[in-house]
Design a protein around this ligand. Structure first.
Ligand SMILES: Nc1nc2c(c(=O)[nH]1)N[C@H]1C(S)=C(S)[C@@H](COP(=O)(O)OP(=O)(O)OC[C@H]3O[C@@H](n4cnc5c(=O)[nH]c(N)nc54)[C@H](O)[C@@H]3O)O[C@H]1N2
Ligand SMILES: Nc1nc2c(c(=O)[nH]1)N[C@H]1C(S)=C(S)[C@@H](COP(=O)(O)OP(=O)(O)OC[C@H]3O[C@@H](n4cnc5c(=O)[nH]c(N)nc54)[C@H](O)[C@@H]3O)O[C@H]1N2
Ligand code: SF4
Ligand SMILES: [Mo]
Length: 903
């Protein structure tokens, strides 16, 4: 659809209805307006009435319509590689789980689920495992994501509750982003921050070892040593105390101050590597601004000290009474659309539903009676990393993976992949069969996808929103909750899983939360327990709690907490370094994370050409001096080795990272770039309290890939790439592929025909065997269908021009250069309007544009979702200061075209 207006419908077509729903991606939880075109397509706009986004969407949200096609979908159950019906598949699942439990006990089975499940799916999964299969072995990818925040908040508040709301970002005077690249990962919230900042001059501090897009507008950047956040916040606490800036009145609502302060004063700030004046500036900002919001995310959570980092931050907010007030408090931003909902339903192996505690006998009894089951397990189940270890060593013999792709996203991913492969019985529920995990399943169950399914999600500020179905469920697909409920029934638990609709599940869940409320728990949505189908369907966004006594709002400003004595805890914490140690063998610290336009393992975002255009290839950010030392040049490929495994990535040489540190995105998989699965090198070490993996601080060795050849191809049809390294992406006209290998195939024409599946096509070849370069163009019926460029070094061609093939004029094709009258647009910066970097630079220079708004007026860039506005600002600076050095994101590694081609 590409953002263009939809074609008018024929007169006899049904009138187009627009339905309100919620974006499929991040925890901001933006409201969307969905208008199906009646032909399977979907127009997606921001919902002006939704409190999270008020009509805004980011690049991923605006491209949702491009991802709803059926070409890649799994449409029928598959058992041992053969398509079958539901009856066969679900009976097999029920039988195998029942037999395994009978033979080996309930802990020989496990469910591994996802913060992207809807609340109703999640509730049924949890009820099935903990209530009826009799195992607490249900864990979720939220273990890789939010577990440290859950643990930290429970330690401090006695409950896993985010006290703040999004409005606080607009009312704050100081916003501290800790380990959060909000500009790329929570873009609509970031736009809200920037808008508020323009109005009230909010100050922004970014605490991140790496320079990110979120740093572009920051007043202070603290590029601390990886993992040293505890030392920074301990210093802050100590200095605030010494400066008399603590809140003695609020401290009466807490316990643990003396030990915490003593510990804080003991810590050593030098481990952060920060300049003393920067630390003092940070402390001053806190002291001078009453209204402080600390936003934290994976730079905090994904650490072996993750829970301590969370508590170090919460300690500062509690000790200064800066909590639960307008514009003032800690705000953990959730990653997935229903990360919060999953925590509410008890999706983690150590929780019960509705914030009730698995370890509490009264809570267990209440849930048991409510569910009508025999017992609820007393001990927590295995957390994700341990769960896959147990899969690997055969303790878990039947595994059901739902809505997540652990063979890619777990640390030590190659070992996890082997563990799943070796498991006796593996069930995977997904919307596609083309994932690294789905390829290992004995039984594949087709799920209805976003846009087709219906239920609720809870976003980062506790707002519950409806996802609604606007497209018919294709093929035999069924919602995840329906698959789980049917297996429950077939395992013999008819009454407990006799749900007719997701509305019924939601009612049951809301009723259970009322019981939790009577235990004094904060998560109480019993006010929604009476919703009938129509009420559920019409449910507008609502922030919990929703009970007879309380609706929405913030928590804790009144000093009431959820430990037995009603007080909060300050938790004494001391800095400790990441578990893996940098040394002569593995001299680099590997940081990993996200890019603006891809979502996790790319099963949906990679279907969109304009999202793929932003950064089309996996890359490694490495400091210029480190690259020089290692002989790694522009656009070279790098080999990463760790004790766990290996990955190959394109070098992106930049001082965004400090010396000794490298950064790689988490997104590429066996489907998109099999040599670049970054979690293959990530160590499976975890936080001892939360069990969350340290995804951001592994150690690696980096070397230049000694490739004999490099290739770049564009093809109208799908490609089966060749080489020891390849990465593919979709383009508007087809596909693009980067390749490289240690040994060239004997004949490029044969290799290319195989790769493109073009046995007959007419070919033109320009080959220089001595130089090791070749250029091949294939035509069918006179039409260009594929081109391949091979060279002994990184291929120097104008990629962003060539991907417009077949519109590329034949004459210039094999030269790989754009003709003067059709200049190379450059790598896409604005994904919404498909505006390239060169186009923007040319316009800035020739039209004398001086602001981001002027670029918008001239080219539309940055005027829709705004996700690229930080990059536009950086381009302006580059032209205005005439320095090539100004960092501009994206700096796609493959845009760094070796000079001779770019000139
Ligand atoms: N575009 C996009 N958006 C997404 C997602 C996506 O896949 N793509 N996924 C969603 C999900 S599930 C999540 S969890 C969120 C994650 O959102 P974020 O947490 O913002 O994203 P990350 O890139 O994982 O990591 C954030 C930053 O932590 C920094 N960091 C690394 N080590 C440290 C450290 O020791 N201390 C500090 N202070 N910082 C450190 C990294 O350099 C990185 O810039 O994004 C959500 N939004
Ligand atoms: N190195 C490193 N690793 C990381 C991270 C990191 O920062 N660095 N981040 C971690 C974090 S925070 C997260 S959240 C995880 C995310 O990692 P994953 O959860 O593994 O990644 P996704 O690609 O979101 O996987 C979702 C799967 O569900 C499928 N799916 C889509 N819709 C549906 C549906 O309606 N029903 C069903 N049943 N399936 C569906 C998709 O096709 C896809 O296969 O990765 C973690 N791994
Ligand atoms: S910020 Fe973007 S990805 Fe996140 S919910 Fe909003 S539109 Fe979706
Ligand atoms: Mo996440």
């Amino acid at each position: 659809m590409d953002g263009a207006p939809l074609p008018a419908l024929a007169d006899d077509a049904e009138p187009r209805v627009t339905v309100k729903s919620t974006c499929a991606y991040c925890g901001v939880g933006c409201g969307v307006l969905l208008t199906p075109d009646g032909k399977g397509g979907l127009e997606v706009r921001g919902d002006p009435d939704h409190p999270a986004n008020r009509g805004r969407l980011c690049s991923k949200g605006s491209a949702l319509g491009e991802t709803v096609g059926l070409a890649h979908r799994l449409l029928a159950p598959v058992v041992n590689g053969r398509a079958t019906g539901w009856d066969d598949a679900l009976q097999l699942v029920a039988d195998r789980f029942r037999e395994t439990i009978a033979e080996h006990g309930p802990d020989a089975v496990a469910l591994y689920v996802s913060g992207q499940l809807l609340t109703e799916d999640y509730y049924v999964a949890n009820k099935l495992a903990k209530g009826f299969m009799g195992t607490a072995n249900i864990d979720t990818n939220s273990r890789l994501c939010m577990a440290s925040t859950v643990a930290g908040q429970r330690r401090a508040f006695g409950t896993d509750t985010v006290p703040q709301t999004y409005e606080d970002l607009e009312e704050a005077d100081l916003i501290v982003l800790v380990g959060s690249n909000m500009a790329w990962c929570h873009p609509v919230l970031y736009q809200r921050v920037l808008a508020a900042r323009a109005a009230r001059r909010t100050k922004i501090v970014v605490v991140d070892p790496r320079r990110t897009a979120s740093c572009d507008g920051a007043d202070l950047r603290l590029a601390l040593e990886p993992g040293s956040d505890v030392a920074l916040f301990n210093r802050l606490l100590a200095d605030l105390y010494e400066g008399g800036a603590l809140d003695a009145t609020f401290l009466r609502h807490t316990e643990g101050f003396d030990e915490t302060l003593a510990q804080a004063m003991n810590d050593d700030i030098s481990v952060t590597g920060l300049a003393e004046e920067d630390v003092q500036a940070f402390v001053r900002l806190w002291r001078d601004n009453e209204k402080v919001v600390t936003v934290f995310s994976q730079g905090v959570n994904q650490s072996s000290a993750g829970s301590d980092k969370v508590n170090a931050i919460l300690n500062c907010h509690l000790a200064t009474g800066r909590i639960g007030k307008p514009g003032c408090g800690p705000l953990s931003v959730t990653g997935q659309p229903n990360a919060m909902g999953g925590r509410e339903v008890g999706g983690l192996a150590n929780m019960l539903a509705c914030h009730l505690d698995l370890e509490n006998a009264d809570h267990r009894a209440a849930v048991r009676d409510f569910w009508g089951c025999d017992r609820v397990p007393e001990a927590p189940g295995l957390k994700a990393v341990d769960m896959f270890r147990a899969v690997g060593d055969g303790r878990i013999k039947a595994l059901w993976v739902i809505h997540t792709n652990p063979a890619v996203s777990m640390p030590d991913a190659d070992a996890v992949r082997e563990a799943i492969r070796g498991c006796d019985f593996v069930v995977v529920s997904d919307v596609t069969a083309a994932t690294d995990t789905a390829r290992l399943a004995d039984v594949l169950l087709p799920a209805t996808a976003w846009g087709e399914k219906s239920g609720t999600v809870t976003n980062s500020d506790r707002t519950i929103s409806r996802q609604r179905a606007v497209l018919p469920a294709p093929g035999l697909t069924r919602p995840d909750w329906a698959q789980l409920a049917e297996v429950g029934r077939r395992m013999g638990f008819k009454n407990a899983f006799d749900y007719a609709s997701e509305a019924e599940i939601f009612r049951e869940y809301a009723a259970l939360s009322g019981i939790a409320g009577r235990f004094g728990k904060d998560f109480d949505i019993s006010g929604l327990a009476g919703l009938d189908r129509a009420g559920y369907d019409a449910l507008p966004p609502v922030r919990w709690p929703v009970s007879a006594t309380r609706t929405g709002g913030r928590f804790f400003a009144d000093g009431q907490f959820y430990h037995a004595d009603g007080k909060a805890r300050l938790v004494p914490v001391a800095w400790r370094p990441p578990v893996a140690k940098v040394g002569p063998r593995y001299p680099f610290r590997l940081n990993t994370g996200r890019i603006r336009d891809q979502w996790h393992t790319m099963t949906r975002t990679a279907l969109s050409p304009r999202l793929a255009a932003h950064l089309a290839e996996p890359f490694l950010e490495i400091h210029p001096e480190d690259a020089a030392d290692l002989g790694i040049g522009l656009a070279d490929l790098c080999v990463l080795d760790s004790p766990q495994g290996r990955a190959i990535l394109r070098a992106r040489i930049t001082d965004d990272v400090l010396r000794g540190q490298v950064f790689a995105p988490m997104h590429w998989t066996g489907e998109t770039a099999p040599a670049a699965r970054i979690d293959a090198v990530v160590a499976p070490v975890v936080d001892p309290v939360s069990g969350q993996p340290e995804s951001k601080a592994s150690v690696v060795k980096v070397s230049r890939m000694q490739a004999a050849w490099y290739g770049f191809a564009v093809s109208a049809r799908n490609v089966t790439p060749t080489g020891d390294y390849w990465a593919r992406a979709v383009t508007k006209a087809g596909h693009r592929v980067e390749m490289a290998g240690y040994a060239a195939p004997p004949n490029w024409e044969t290799a290319a025909r195989e790769m493109f599946g073009l046995a007959q096509a007419e070919v033109s070849i320009l080959e220089d065997r001595a130089a090791g370069s070749a250029r091949l163009a294939f035509r069918e019926a006179g039409r260009l269908v594929a081109v391949l460029f091979v060279s002994p070094g990184p291929v120097a061609v104008m990629r962003d021009y060539l991907v417009q093939m077949p519109e590329v004029p034949d004459l210039t094709l094999l030269s790989g250069r754009a003709p003067a009258d059709r200049p190379d647009p450059g790598v896409v910066v604005c994904a919404c309007f498909d505006v390239g970097m060169n186009t923007i630079l040319r316009a800035i220079e020739s039209d004398g544009l001086v602001s981001v708004d002027e670029i918008g007026k001239a080219l539309q860039a940055g005027t829709n979702c705004g996700s690229c506005r930080p990059e536009l600002a950086a381009l302006l600076t580059r032209v205005q200061t005439q320095t090539e050095q100004t960092p501009v994101r994206p700096t796609s590694p493959n845009l760094t075209q070796p000079k001779e081609a770019a000139e």
